[in-house]
Design a protein around this ligand. Structure first.
Ligand code: NAD
Length: 376
């Protein structure tokens, strides 16, 4: 039997409630498959502040290093309390810090658009059509303008530099083609190669990689055209690969398509990091591994905290992504997604995706978790 160590970091707000439902689903997976999940909880964000006076304490870092994957809830306090010490810079000190800690290099944000929830999608019904579909945005996380030099050479001049190197782009190109090959065999790469030198290198690397994937229909698209196309004809897209800055914006655009933040899971893939020394042999070599992070795309939703009304699907999807990408448990991940789909198809809804007057049953957060487990 395989055993996996999971660091569970619920964080703040609805984090605890939705994480409980994801754990329920993982326990159900243990009953169905020969697998054991050793789930250890840790504190992060404002939840860590009272005990540690720190948003990402060393105890939590040690837990992450010992784990095979991290299942993260969300962090942050009420929007009107952002200047209180517990909440000030909370997101930056915890979520950005943990991404840096694992060396996060690629981010995955799938946006599922269910025909049953079409009325929550801000796009016109004739544009999204009557079939469900999903757009997967793959964003490079370690390069580009966010990691360049930022300065004010003088009071009236500001400078932000952007750079990309070939190995960084090759890594996301390979990953994106593989993802497209496994899905609908369509890949759009987004750049601004008519203006930016980094984009020209990006395009060059993607075009070279395309030769290794003859079955994948590959398209280059300028970012300005891409945002228009996404709104006018989203169904032409399946996998979209983006440099850091464009991915940040495009994944926020696609995140509104499902109709609620409660439907969006995400994954951030870590780089190989050293997590200690080999102690079983006498040579004490460093041990290194990849640790990936899985979390909903939304925030801590303080308006819903403690009410048992949040939608746990984003967290449950994130857990399914963890099974697929960290533990190679593809069938189990598929079965979770199928159970979510059946739950939606049979009319069960949390408040964020519930419409009065339809033939639907409104569920609490925990009832939604139970229903998904029942369908598993
Ligand atoms: P938010 O994402 O928490 O909430 C925005 C809206 O979406 C709210 O109406 C909320 O009720 C709803 N929503 C979010 N998740 C939901 C779910 N699972 N089910 C049902 N509805 C859901 O964004 P915000 O209100 O701007 O920020 C609240 C706090 O979250 C802030 O402190 C912010 O800094 C933090 N935040 C954290 C993350 C993160 O942890 N990755 C991301 C964004 C915001």
């Amino acid at each position: 039997m395989n055993t996996y160590n999971i660091a569970l970091l619920p964080g703040d707000g609805i984090g605890e409630e939705v994480c409980m439902e994801a754990v329920k689903v993982l326990r159900r997976i243990e009953e169905k498959y020969a697998v054991e999940f050793k789930i250890t909880g840790g504190l992060i964000g404002g939840a860590a502040w009272p005990e540690f006076g720190n948003h990402f304490p060393n105890e939590t870092k040690a837990l992450v290093e010992k784990s095979d994957a991290v299942l993260f809830g969300s962090v942050g306090g009420p929007v009107n309390a952002q200047f209180e010490p517990q909440w000030k810079d909370c997101e930056k000190n915890s979520i950005l810090a943990i991404r840096k800690f694992i060396g996060a290099s690629i981010n995955l944000r799938p946006a599922p658009i269910f025909k049953e929830l079409a009325h929550f999608c801000p796009l016109r019904s004739d544009i999204i059509g009557d079939e469900s579909f999903e757009i997967l945005v793959i964003r490079e996380l370690s390069g580009g303008i966010y990691f360049g030099e930022h300065s004010r050479p003088d009071a009236n001049t500001a400078l932000d530099t952007s750079s990309y190197d070939r190995p960084t782009i090759e890594k996301i190109a390979k990953f994106s083609f593989q993802a497209a090959q496994n899905r609908n065999k369509t890949l759009h790469s987004i750049d601004k190669a008519n203006v930016l030198e980094t984009s020209r290198l990006w395009r060059e690397v993607f075009e070279t990689e395309a030769k290794n994937w003859p079955e994948v229909q590959f398209h280059n698209l300028y970012v300005d055209n891409a945002v228009q196309q996404l709104v006018k004809w989203p169904k032409q897209f399946d996998v979209i690969a983006c440099p850091n800055l464009f991915g940040d914006i495009i994944s926020d655009l696609t995140s509104v398509f499902p109709g609620s933040l409660g439907m969006l899971g995400s994954a951030s893939f870590g780089s190989k990091i050293e997590t200690g020394l080999q102690t079983e042999t006498s040579d004490m070599r460093p041990v290194s591994k990849f640790i990936h992070l899985y979390e909903p795309s939304g925030g801590s939703a303080p308006d819903l905290e403690g009410k048992n009304v949040a939608n746990p699907i984003a967290q449950i999807y994130s857990a399914a992504m963890m099974l697929r990408h960290s533990f190679e448990m593809h069938e189990a991940a598929d079965s979770i997604e199928a159970a979510v789909l059946k739950t939606i198809q049979t009319g069960f809804r949390t408040g964020d995706i519930y419409a009065e007057g339809q033939d639907e049953t409104k569920l609490s957060c925990s009832e939604m978790g139970d229903k998904i487990c029942e369908y598993l």
